[in-house]
Structure formats: C-alpha cells, structure tokens
Design a protein around this ligand. Structure first.
Ligand SMILES: Cc1cc2nc3c(=O)[nH]c(=O)nc-3n(C[C@H](O)[C@H](O)[C@H](O)COP(=O)(O)OP(=O)(O)OC[C@H]3O[C@@H](n4cnc5c(N)ncnc54)[C@H](O)[C@@H]3O)c2cc1C
Length: 451
C-alpha cells in the first residue's frame, strides 16, 4: 500500500508544481522557477497526482472491503479518508459487533480475509425473537430460528469491529494495487467524459475512471453530485456495549422488543455478548451519563436472568439512529455503496451485510465490463449495479422501518397483534425457513463473490 502523509514536504512541492511550475490554464512557470529540472517536476507531479482506475472516498469497512474486491478483478484503487489509520485501528474506535450473514462471510472468504478473523468470530446457531416489557419480562410468544433448518451452515457469525477493521487495514497495507490517503478530505469532484478528477485539502489530486462514495450516511460524494436522499431520524439512539456472563449463550442471538425499542443480545466468543439496546434519544443520553454500576442496574431487568450474572467488558458507545436512502445509486462515473447509499435501522443487523452485497454486486458488474472491454465508469455499466441492488435495499429500508414502528411502542392492540404474528410465523416452517434464508443473505440473485 502507498500511504501519503499530508504533512509531508511533498505536499508543498505539489502546491508549487500545481500552482507555480505548471501555472494555470497551461501558462508557463515564472522564469525564476524554470531552472528546476523537468525530471524533478515530473516526479513531484507523479507523487502528488495519482491516476487510478477507481477512487473510493471513505475508508471504513465498506470502502476497504471494496478496494480488496476490486484488486481481485485487476483494478487499482485509491482510498481517501479523513481519519488517520491509527485512529481507525485502535481497539476502542468502534464498539459494534456485526452479525455477518453467511453470504458476507463468503465474501470475506473469497477475499482471503476470513482466515485472519475466523478465530475471533462466533457462529450464530439460532435467533430468538420475542416481545416484552421491563416489568413482565418476555412474552411467551416467540419466533425461533435454528440454523439446522437450512443446509448451508450457520446463518451467520458475530464479529467485532475491533477484529474486522485491523484485518482490513492489514490487507489494504499489504496490497500493491491500493493507495490509502489518510487524513485527507476531498474538496471537489469533477466528472468529465473520460474521467473524474478530485482535489483534496492536502493538495493531492486524483484522476480515476470511476468514483465510489463509501463515505457513510452523510456522504459528501452524494451531496456534491446532487443526489437526493429520503430519510428521517428515529429520535432513537443505540446503546452498545459488551458484557461477560456466567452462563453460555450456546450461539443463540436474542432480539427482545421493548416499548422504547429493541434490545439485541448477540453471542460473542467465550461467554460474552454484544448488546445493541435502542432507547429514545432522551433516555439514552441519561443512561450514557450513568456510571458503570448504575448502567448495569438499568440493563439487568431488561436482560433477565437467562445468562446468569453479567458484567461490562470495555467501553460503552452510543449511535444516533436514522434512515437515509439515496434516490439514485449511480451517475456517470459515480456509484454509491454501503451507508452512503443506504443507512438503515440496526434492528435486523443488516446494514453492513447490505453494503457487502453492494460490493459483491459492483465487483461482479465491473469485472464483467472489464472483460468485455466496456468503460467501467459508463452509466449503462453502472446501471446494472443499481438494478441489482436498489430493490433489495428499498425492501430492507421498508422492512426495518416498519418493524421498528410496530415494535417500539406499548399500545395494547398492536402488542396483541404482534404477539400473535410472532407465534404464527413460528408455527409455519416454510415461512420460518424463508426468514432464515433472508437473515443468511441467501435470497435473490447472488453475485459471484457470494456464491
Ligand atoms: C448500533 C449499530 C449496530 C449495527 N450492527 C450491525 C450488524 O450487526 N450487522 C450489520 O451488517 N450491520 C450493522 N450495523 C450497520 C453497520 O455498522 C454499517 O452499515 C457500516 O458500519 C457502514 O460502513 P461504511 O463503511 O459504509 O460507513 P462508515 O463506517 O460510516 O465509514 C465511512 C468512512 O468515510 C469517511 N468519511 C466520511 N466523510 C468523509 C469525507 N468527507 N472525506 C473523507 N472521508 C470521509 C469516514 O471517516 C469513515 O471512515 C450496525 C449499525 C449500528 C449503528
């Protein structure tokens, strides 16, 4: 990996090369500077101006995984991220544990990453979904999904961000076809007939055949391209932490619907579980302000006794929740992936899985286009990616939004209806199997990297 530091003197030389040596609009440099030999000038330009196949703005989990998938198709990329790599690789950077679907695991295997993280991953052998109240505990009506109902294996694995991210960073560092520009923000993006040109706050410029927005829910790539987003805030915040418990979880994930929002208890290796606990933003603020002992006192009655005594492990985190879906995922020379295209409620643990499907589908489309000698940035190439992904993503957005609305309240009639619904689905093996296949990511047309 080539890694450029914006504080480096080359940045200053680049400024000279762009603004003085090269002049503007092709003007000659001033006579006093013409003495710098042409070779030096060319070297300066090569270092600070990068020509690449694909420029990826956003080096989070989706951006890095995409770069690694593109490398497999013989495409070079440059990742631009505003954060330092050392910030992202710190173990306390992000407290999330991802419920990675079976097809996301297949993607990581295809990219040679799974071997790096497998020992830290916990197979998910079952999911139990139930309704409840803090005072009365879980309702007797529940949906139970067992991985044995599908032949492909565990429906997914739990993997903590602090395990996934360093593995991605290492693979990106080891790659000769990926350049990572850390601590760098894109200032402008200009699309022309054959290329997209980026300027950045460090002075480095990038020309690519295709620009990818992987810069998260507030994607500036999408904003600069004038892509509208539909979305709203939930006035909910997810409280995230890990707990140690006395009793084994047996690989079962629990989704427990409380009036203020869902509580997910997700199995991690060694009698630990990752908690994603949704509260109204006002409650969440007050809960985050508590000390550890009081925080645990608030969790305990929600959690119940089924895992024995619990204690906190590591930091506590909070993530404000909203939904944002881009009106279009592609334009000429531009595509959005991951949260930049669709940020959804974590109620179903599907956000990164949806991003991973984007990556596998986009890599599939671009690899085919490259083999056929087509332009990888042309709108008709990119439209195939959009067609593949948009319906799936809109369905996910609708489903997570509806589930959250139906389950995050305490209206008696609705409560009765949803208990009945959970009980009914549980009694229908075909429907239950369909849910398991959906959670495993097996529904729909699978891109090559997920087959
Ligand atoms: C509480 C919670 C639990 C979740 N659990 C699950 C789960 O179990 N399973 C699952 O599949 N998904 C889950 N998700 C969703 C998942 O976390 C996200 O979908 C995923 O992290 C999105 O990754 P990303 O790379 O697209 O975006 P981000 O992680 O937001 O990364 C964007 C990157 O872009 C960079 N960036 C932003 N703006 C700029 C800019 N202007 N210039 C340069 N760089 C920029 C940022 O620094 C960042 O590195 C959960 C989400 C939440 C909130």
């Amino acid at each position: 990996m080539r890694r450029l530091n914006p504080a480096h003197p080359k940045t200053i030389l680049h400024f000279l090369s762009k603004n003085i040596l090269r002049g503007s609009g092709g003007a000659q440099p001033p006579a006093s500077l013409r003495t710098l030999d042409i070779f030096q000038n060319a070297v300066i330009w090569c270092i600070m101006h990068i020509d690449t196949d694909i420029a990826i703005v956003g080096g989070g989990p989706n951006g890095m995984t995409l770069a690694l998938a593109l490398q497999r198709c013989g495409l070079n990329s440059v990742i631009v991220d505003q954060l330092a790599l050392s910030t992202q690789s710190a173990p306390e950077f992000d407290g999330r544990g991802y419920a990675l679907s079976l097809t996301s695991v297949r993607l990581l295997k295809a990219l040679g990453l799974w071997a790096e993280v497998q020992d830290a991953a916990q197979p998910m052998l079952g999911i139990r979904v139930s309704d409840g109240r803090i005072d009365t505990g879980p309702s007797p009506f529940a949906m139970e999904f067992d991985h044995a109902e599908i032949e492909e294996g565990p429906m997914g694995h739990m993997l903590e961000d602090r395990q996934l991210r360093p593995a991605l960073i290492k693979a990106v560092r080891d790659s000769n076809s990926i350049t990572y520009l850390e601590k760098t923000t894109v200032l402008t993006q200009d699309v022309s007939a054959g290329a997209v040109d980026l300027t950045t706050d460090t002075g480095t410029t990038v020309s690519a055949r295709l620009l990818i927005g992987a810069d998260g829910r507030r994607s500036q790539v999408a904003q600069r391209a004038g892509i509208r987003k539909t979305g709203w805030s939930y006035d909910q915040t997810a409280l995230v932490c890990a707990v140690q418990h006395d009793l084994p979880h047996n690989g079962i994930a629990h989704q427990y619907f409380l009036p203020s929002g869902p509580l997910a208890i997700l199995p991690l290796p060694e009698n630990r579980s990752s908690i994603v606990w949704t509260e109204t933003t006002k409650n969440a603020r007050a809960i985050m302000a508590l000390n550890e002992a009081d925080y645990l006192d608030v969790i305990r009655p929600r959690f119940g006794e089924f895992l024995g005594k619990i204690s906190l492990v590591g930091h506590r985190y909070s993530y404000p929740l909203d939904i944002t879906i881009a009106s279009e995922f592609v334009q000429p020379r531009l595509a959005l992936i991951g949260d930049a295209a669709h940020g959804v409620h974590p109620i179903a643990g599907q956000g990164l899985n949806a991003g991973y499907k984007d990556i596998a589908a986009l890599a599939h489309v671009l690899e085919d286009a490259k083999m056929r000698g087509e332009d990888i940035g042309a709108l008709n190439t990119l439209s195939r990616y959009q067609e593949w992904r948009r319906f799936d993503v809109q369905t996910l957005g609708f489903a997570t939004d509806t589930f959250n609305k139906i389950f995050s309240n305490d209206r008696p009639l609705l409560r009765m209806g949803r208990d009945l619904g959970l009980g009914l689905v549980n009694k229908m093996p075909a429907l239950r199997r369909a849910f398991i296949r959906e959670a495993a990511g097996l529904s729909g047309d699978l891109p090559r990297l997920m087959q």
